[in-house]
Design a binder for this molecule. Structure first.
Ligand SMILES: *[C@@H]1O[C@H](CO)[C@@H](O)[C@H](O)[C@H]1NC(C)=O
Ligand SMILES: *[C@@H]1O[C@H](CO)[C@@H](O)[C@H](O)[C@H]1NC(C)=O
Ligand SMILES: *[C@@H]1O[C@H](CO)[C@@H](O)[C@H](O)[C@H]1NC(C)=O
Length: 386
């Protein structure tokens, strides 16, 4: 009798244990599946990343099949949104594939890999409300994206109503930077949030930085011309006798020679502090090979990209990207040719050597037309021949 009872108890204990083990293993599998699923990034548009994570933590095996399940069965209101245009999806997928394949190219690793440093974390803006991270790449329409995030945080109803100063302050009144969080908070966000950055042709971006900071200076930032320019001129200007007397404003040539310097540039950069964000590479700003971005937007196609990025981030309808004046984001080869027309091929080659990673990672054709160009009169002859 007692023997039978003991048997019974033993059996129950074994059963309970088996159940616990099964549950545990089941949970592990779901977690792993969710991780792998999340890592693929592109395929899970219909279930934005943060939502996938929530689904997996309640351990519903269906979450793995959500790609094929009917949208209407989803509980989150976000999931009832129409899926992004398949054509654009495949464009983004190709961009991410290219990015990951160039990241794997060892001969470029110096130009494509950086540690996820404090500097990088300081570039990344956080929208916890909608689980979005945005890495800023100055000169690529970032102010507007910052306004979009401020609206998403709920402080203003539309992008048009966000005042300029809100864009430039940090913290509660502006936007939170990833660098202000603890390591645990940072890795949680890097692993689960929707992450994006916007890029444009690297040389056109440098021209824009030069114009914006040293020529036009529309935001009245005197330090570019009063502090930074003299250092660059002194170190990098070719010593033509007529340049010695009046150290004029920074020329594009000075700027290019500074950017392409492999020997002393880092030391020079250290004097400039965070102002260098306007011209350092996308790799240095955003670590695109070391952080797995969900979307890469291109400035040249921003009109198409912006609404899809908002849709992919699961915030379509909550905010819209401001109107883009037609043609303003288009790549202008004539402008690039003009700016580089007085720059020696040697300096262009050095500049390209530094920015080559950015060109390749994001699929911008290398600017061979600047390196292959003939002497001025020969080019003229070629034109006449056609
Ligand atoms: C790696 O990059 C170098 C330099 O651009 C290029 O010549 C080479 O073909 C690339 N290798 C692969 C495997 O793509
Ligand atoms: C990468 O950088 C290291 C140290 O700066 C250098 O020794 C190495 O030659 C570089 N490799 C390439 C492929 O440029
Ligand atoms: C391209 O740049 C050139 C030189 O800056 C300018 O004259 C021209 O209007 C620009 N073209 C377009 C389409 O914006």
């Amino acid at each position: 009798m007692i023997g039978a009872m003991r048997h019974h108890v033993l059996l129950s204990v074994v059963c309970v244990w088996a159940l616990i083990v099964l549950l545990f293993v089941g949970k592990l599998i779901t977690f792993r599946a969710a991780d792998e699923y999340g890592d693929r990034g592109v395929q899970n548009w219909r279930v934005p990343r943060p939502k996938t994570v929530t689904a997996s933590t309640v351990a519903s095996p269906e979450s793995q099949h959500s790609k094929s399940t009917d949208q209407t069965s989803a509980t989150s209101p976000l999931m009832s949104l129409p899926p992004p245009d398949p054509e654009w999806l495949s464009i983004n997928e190709k961009r991410l594939e290219l990015l990951s394949s160039v990241c794997k190219n060892n001969s470029l690793s110096n130009l494509t890999h950086v540690p996820i440093s404090e500097f990088v974390l300081d570039r990344i803006l956080v929208c916890d409300k909608h689980k979005i991270l945005f890495c800023q790449t100055p000169k690529v329409g970032n102010t507007q994206w910052k306004k979009v995030l401020i609206v998403l945080n709920g402080r203003f109803p539309t992008v048009e109503e966000v005042p300029e100063e809100a864009v430039h302050v940090r913290g509660r009144k502006g936007l939170k930077h990833l660098s202000s969080l603890t390591p645990q908070e940072i890795s949680l966000r890097l692993n689960t949030y929707f992450k994006f950055l916007i890029v444009r042709d690297p040389f056109e971006r440098l021209i824009s930085a030069y114009k914006d900071k040293f020529v036009k200076n529309p935001r009245d930032e005197p330090w570019y011309n009063s502090k930074i320019a003299p250092v660059i001129i002194q170190k990098y200007r070719k010593s033509h006798p007529d340049n010695e007397l009046t150290p004029s404003k920074l020329q594009f040539e000075d700027f290019v020679r500074y950017l392409g310097d492999t020997v002393d540039r880092k030391q020079v950069d250290q004097q400039f502090g965070n102002y260098i964000i306007h011209w350092v590479t996308y790799t240095e700003l955003c670590a695109p090979c070391d952080i797995q971005y969900s979307v890469v937007g291109h400035h040249e196609t921003l009109e198409q990209d912006a609404p899809y990025i908002l849709r992919a981030a699961g915030v379509e309808g909550l905010v819209s990207y401001p109107n883009i004046p037609p043609g303003i984001t288009r790549y202008n080869r004539t402008k690039v040719e003009q700016y580089f027309s007085d720059i020696s091929k040697r300096d262009i080659r050095r500049l390209f050597a530094r920015y080559q990673g950015d060109f390749q990672l994001f699929g911008y054709p290398s600017p061979d037309f600047l390196l292959d160009r003939e002497d001025e009169h020969k080019a003229e002859e070629v034109k006449l021949a056609f």
